[in-house]
Design a protein. Structure first.
Length: 373
């Protein structure tokens, strides 16, 4: 019994729990709107006023075409990061404006909400209206019967607060029964198997018959938040808990690319670790250590993936949404409310246009290396 309690991997889980408790505690103190967002998301009332998110104010005058990119194969790789990855819609809009159709997309967790519709051929402006118009009840469905049975069943079968049925149904209204194999633009997302603790990728070459709406649901099935989804006899969750910056699809599964626009909406720029210098002088120092332990493996893999991507193809990274907006409980707030999604989309368009112009200059000059904007 003592050996199980002190197992090194269980100790990691203890650190994780301690860090989560601190995050939510700080969020309740610093952000008065957190409780309201949680309540409105999980327990909507008839008296709640509809909070319509402002659609993105994309300019009516479009950018000029990027002639040097016209015959280039440009891909997009995006991290997870909850609603902050609405910025991917802005990236899609920027590509439309300069006349570049993406050759492949690799999305993860939150970015699947926005990337899969773009890959399905839905214009960026229509994706923006759809996403900003979402109401909590259209993608949040608490599994109340399961919660009621938690005590009597000792939690058997419980893995998430939300079922995910409504999310899938909402995206099916937008995308119909389109399958991954029918996507006009190849799009992939990592998923993680509970039974065998392994990572796979949903996409045209791996699961061509799976509907895109189901793929979106699986890609965002964050453990303890959304229930896992069954596929091929296993139950799968959001693969972003393992690989937050999935480059393998654009390097190994999609046709060879000439350039990639990477979108980071989860960690500090270029996946730098969070700076907690002076931690030893702070009260409850162990909680700061716990927060670093919780992210150390994921952020290191993201750095390795970025290095692999840059070694294989011209790559430019953009960070349209400041890390501080998704840090801690901000991750959950940006999912429970769509109020900031339009702003993130505008920021994504702006940063993507700068990146695409830099790529255009690089290809025009025939440079062998590329340093980004």
């Amino acid at each position: 019994m003592l050996g199980a309690v002190l197992d090194v991997f269980r100790l990691r889980q203890y650190f994780n729990a301690a860090a989560r408790v601190r995050e939510w505690g700080e969020g309740l103190v610093d952000d008065a709107g957190l409780v309201r967002d949680v309540r409105r998301g999980f327990v909507p009332l008839p008296t709640d006023r509809r909070e319509a998110a402002a659609p993105p104010a994309f300019p009516s005058r479009r950018a000029s075409p990027a002639v040097a990119l016209r015959d280039r194969r440009v891909g997009v790789v995006a991290t997870g990061g909850s609603g902050a990855l609405a910025s991917v819609v802005g990236v899609g809009r920027a590509l439309e404006e300069v006349g570049v159709r993406p050759a492949a997309l690799s999305v993860c967790s939150g970015s699947a909400l926005f990337g899969f519709p773009l890959a399905a051929g839905v214009p960026a402006e229509e994706v923006a209206r759809f996403c900003c118009g979402l109401r909590p009840e259209e993608y949040l469905d608490v599994d109340w019967p399961m919660l009621v049975r938690l005590g009597p069943t000792l939690g058997r079968g419980f893995a998430g607060l939300l079922r995910g049925d409504r999310l899938e149904a909402t995206y099916r209204e937008l995308l119909g029964g389109m399958t991954l194999g029918e996507l006009p633009v190849p799009c992939y997302a990592p998923i993680w198997s509970i039974e065998h603790n392994r990572l796979e990728h949903l996409g045209p070459r791996t699961y061509p018959d799976l509907t895109v709406a189901r793929a979106v649901r699986m890609a965002v099935a964050l453990p303890l938040f959304y229930e896992p989804v069954e596929l091929a006899g296993e139950r799968w969750c959001d693969g972003g808990i393992v690989d937050i910056f999935p480059v393998r699809p654009v390097l190994d599964l999609a046709p060879r690319l000439d350039a990639v626009v990477g979108v980071n909406g989860f960690y500090p720029p270029r996946f730098a670790g969070e700076d907690v210098s002076g931690w030893e002088s702070a009260p409850l120092s162990i909680l700061t250590v716990a927060s670093q332990v919780r992210t150390c493996q994921q952020v290191e893999l993201a750095r390795e993936n970025l290095a692999r991507l840059e070694a294989a193809v011209r790559t430019v990274m953009i960070e349209p949404v400041p890390y501080e907006e998704v840090r801690g409980v901000g991750f959950y707030r940006q999912f429970l409310s769509t109020r900031d999604w339009g702003r993130f989309m505008v920021a994504g368009r702006h940063e993507a246009l700068l990146a695409l112009r830099s790529l255009e200059r690089a290809f025009t000059r025939g440079l062998s290396g590329f340093a980004g904007p």
